[in-house]
Design a protein around this ligand. Structure first.
Ligand code: NAD
Length: 512
């Protein structure tokens, strides 16, 4: 078994089985997307084991919620420290199992550490407010209480950090986290959860972090229908979110949805074009275009489009594609064959709709890859230029692959209209030298960018944890991570106390 797995204790975990070439019943194979080789098998949860986990989580919640919030913060602080100790290995495991380059894998785990730090501070601040009562000798306040065991469903592309955003905040809020990871990245989930679970147990708090690894039919569906989980936080495609959202709403549960994006960058003629170039390349090719915040559309002023596209295509030609664990690689494989086919289909559709491929456009020829990488799916980061006035129907969708569609505009109003024309509303960016254009993009009336995240002179991907993260429209409306995102993991109670002797009703009602 791979040495990284062994250093993280995965070879001693009862769920993990040695790698086999074919999956057996009740086992999912975790594959290295760079080589196509199996890393290990992972035993799947069943309806029975799911039931036991939820029963345990319900019991653990009753104990955990009574621990004072700053003490819960102390547990999270130690968990953050444990992730610091395992940063290199855990980041490498993310790269090994998901295929992003090692620097990004480490960056992802760093994000969990940052959220842990943020949550520690928060553990002393989960504050409510007071308000004056209209009745004499009465007081009123709002306070925030632990919510329950919460269900966290995560996507393959951020196999560590998305859980971190939810679990670290949920833990200081007094919730127990039941995590259902993607079946594409179960090893990262086991290693990540084991560290948190071990630290919490050593501090006397068993069962705060639970993991269920199972199919959507057997485990996923049970989880979203489960009334014992008052909140389901689900990250993934819009297709998944529509289904999960409806199921959770049907039982009147709370849902936090973090779904697909179709993020655009607007570039004005007076922008710093060197800055715009670097940011656009990172935003569109980074993580092989498999970030929810990847730049998928470039909306550029017609006067600078030709030159900028030429520079962009040259930059694309220098991007080193290869093993994500190799120093110097900038783009690893796409996650699997299905994604590679979706990439090819989208390019075929774009051409058929009138687009011109100006960089990439195909899979990487396996003959040009080292022998050991030939079973991986590698694609060329691609730029498709749309003819003026043609919005390309395919660009209205999120294809989870490194394809950037380029459109031109004449006026900023036109650019913002094009920008907002898609169904998704996650991340957005403008490069401009004009304060007026920047403010119009962030227009407080709402007439600017319609996304949850809006950037000026930086690209769409790479959010900081201090702000609330999430998107509007078909992206689902959820917010995670910083700011006041913690409130979704708690329930609010409005408390009124009569400290006098009079029977007083609100609105002056007399009942005597
Ligand atoms: P996916 O929708 O295929 O799966 C996401 C998760 O949902 C997985 O754990 C999957 O098992 C689970 N799921 C699917 N059907 C389910 C069901 N019926 N019941 C319960 N769980 C179910 O997404 P993916 O391919 O893993 O990830 C890529 C997608 O995620 C992209 O669309 C990307 O934009 C999005 N994403 C969004 C964010 C964000 O914060 N907005 C972050 C990361 C990824």
């Amino acid at each position: 078994m791979h040495e990284i797995l062994s250093r993280l204790g995965l070879d001693r975990d009862p769920r993990v089985t040695p790698p086999a070439q074919t999956a057996q019943d009740g086992v999912v194979l975790s594959l290295n997307p760079a080589t196509g080789e199996p890393l290990a098998g992972v035993k799947l949860d069943t309806a029975d084991s799911y039931e036991k986990t939820i029963a345990r989580a319900t019991g653990s919640f009753k104990r955990w919620r009574t621990v004072p919030a700053p003490k819960r913060g102390e547990v999270v602080r130690r968990i953050g420290e444990a992730y610091r100790e395992h940063l290199e290995d855990l980041g490498s495991l993310v790269a090994l199992e998901m295929g992003k380059i090692k620097a990004e894998g480490i960056g992802e785990v760093q994000e969990t550490i940052d959220v842990a730090d943020f949550a520690v501070g928060l553990s002393r601040q989960l504050h409510g407010i007071t308000m004056p009562s209209e009745r004499p000798m009465h007081s009123m306040r709002e306070h925030w209480l632990p919510l329950g065991p919460i269900g966290v469903i995560t996507a393959f592309n951020f196999p560590n950090a998305v859980w971190g955003w939810n679990a670290m905040l949920g833990a200081v809020c007094g919730d127990v986290c039941v995590w259902k990871p993607s079946l594409i990245t179960p090893l990262t989930a086991i290693a990540t959860n084991n560290i948190a679970q071990r630290v919490a147990s050593e501090m006397g708090h068993e069962g705060v972090f639970e993991l269920v690894i199972g199919t959507d039919d057997e485990v996923g569906e049970r989880m979203i229908a489960d009334r014992r989980l008052p909140l389901i936080s689900a990250t993934g495609s819009c297709r998944m979110g529509r289904h999960v959202g409806a199921a959770v709403a049907g039982r009147l549960g709370k849902c936090l949805l973090e779904l697909g994006g179709n993020n655009a960058v607007i570039i004005e003629p007076d922008a710093d074009l060197d800055l715009a170039l670097k940011s656009t390349v990172f935003g569109s090719v980074g993580t092989c275009g498999q970030r929810c915040t990847s730049s998928r559309r470039l909306i550029i002023h017609e006067s600078i489009a030709d030159d900028f596209c030429e520079r962009l295509a040259k930059a694309y030609a220098t991007v080193r594609i290869g093993d994500p664990l190799d120093e110097g690689t900038l783009v690893g494989p796409i996650i699997n064959e299905n994604s590679a086919r979706a990439f090819e289909d989208a390019i075929a559709a774009a051409k058929q709709q009138g687009g011109e491929v100006i960089a990439g456009g195909a899979r990487v020829d396996p003959a040009k890859l080292p022998e050991r990488l030939r079973k991986g799916a590698y694609v060329q980061p691609t730029i498709v230029r749309a003819p003026a006035g043609n919005q390309l129907a395919i660009a209205q969708e999120e294809t989870f692959a490194p394809i950037l569609y380029v459109f031109t505009y004449k006026t900023l109003d036109e650019a913002i209209g094009m920008h907002n024309s898609v169904d998704q509303g996650l991340s957005s960016a403008i490069f401009t030298g004009s304060a007026r254009s920047a403010e119009r993009f962030l227009n407080p009336s709402g007439a600017g960018s319609d996304c949850g995240l809006a950037y000026v002179n930086l690209g769409t991907s790479g959010a900081e944890i201090g702000g609330a993260f999430g998107g509007e429209k078909d992206t689902g409306g959820g917010r995670e991570s910083g700011s006041d995102a913690w409130k979704v993991y708690m329930r609010r109670q409005t408390c009124t106390v009569n400290f006098g002797d009079e029977f007083a009703l609100a609105q002056g009602i007399r009942f005597e």
